[in-house]
Design a protein around this ligand. Structure first.
Ligand SMILES: *[C@@H]1O[C@H](CO)[C@@H](O)[C@H](O)[C@H]1NC(C)=O
Ligand SMILES: *[C@@H]1O[C@H](CO)[C@@H](O)[C@H](O)[C@H]1NC(C)=O
Length: 165
């Protein structure tokens, strides 16, 4: 009883903080064999968005998914459902062109992409909507900027400078 009450009191600010901030619009229950990018690709959620929505829940390497656990995929008003999966030899110009958008909006919806677009990787899921739809990056650091150790860079040499924009 006593410990239960203490736990409830301790949990209160934590719950309140997250409950008041964002409403989850869609969820996914993890299954055996899932990785973050396969979940993202199958559900039209960008790699960046999944990482932001699950900051502090799914770790940076995405190696702590729990089978049977439900994960939020998007927040109300900040949920991009127009996505495309990066393929070999893609760069930001190609991805933008194929999606019918400009690179400015691509960068705004995928703030983890570096200048030069050299850190996108095969299997990464990008938001290719034509308006800004993703949540802003948490203060301090932008998630998903690092190419996972198991992934293959799509554009390691980067875009040619005169091809930007
Ligand atoms: C993802 O987007 C594609 C293309 O628009 C669509 O065909 C598919 O039904 C969507 N899947 C989900 C789970 O929303
Ligand atoms: C890029 O596309 C967005 C959305 O259509 C538009 O608002 C913006 O002006 C465009 N930017 C450039 C540099 O063309």
């Amino acid at each position: 009883m006593f410990t239960k009450a203490i736990a409830a009191i301790l949990a209160l600010p934590f719950v309140a903080q997250f409950a008041s901030a964002n409403t989850c619009t869609r969820t996914y229950t993890a299954q055996a064999g899932d990785i973050c990018d396969s979940i993202s690709a199958a559900n039209n959620v960008s790699t960046y968005q999944l990482a932001v929505v699950n900051a502090g829940i799914i770790d940076e390497d995405c190696d702590n998914l729990v089978i049977g656990q439900s994960y939020c995929l998007g927040w109300e008003g900040q949920d991009c459902t127009t996505t495309s999966v990066v393929e070999a030899n893609d760069d930001c110009d190609i991805v933008s062109y194929e999606a019918g958008i400009n690179t400015t909006i691509l960068y705004e919806n995928n703030p983890q992409i570096n200048y030069g677009c050299s850190n996108i990787y095969i299997g990464e899921v990008l938001c290719t909507a034509n308006t800004v739809q993703v949540p802003p990056a948490p203060a301090g650091s932008t998630p998903a900027t690092t190419i996972p150790a198991t992934a293959t860079p799509a554009n390691p040499d980067g875009d040619l400078p005169w091809c930007d924009e």
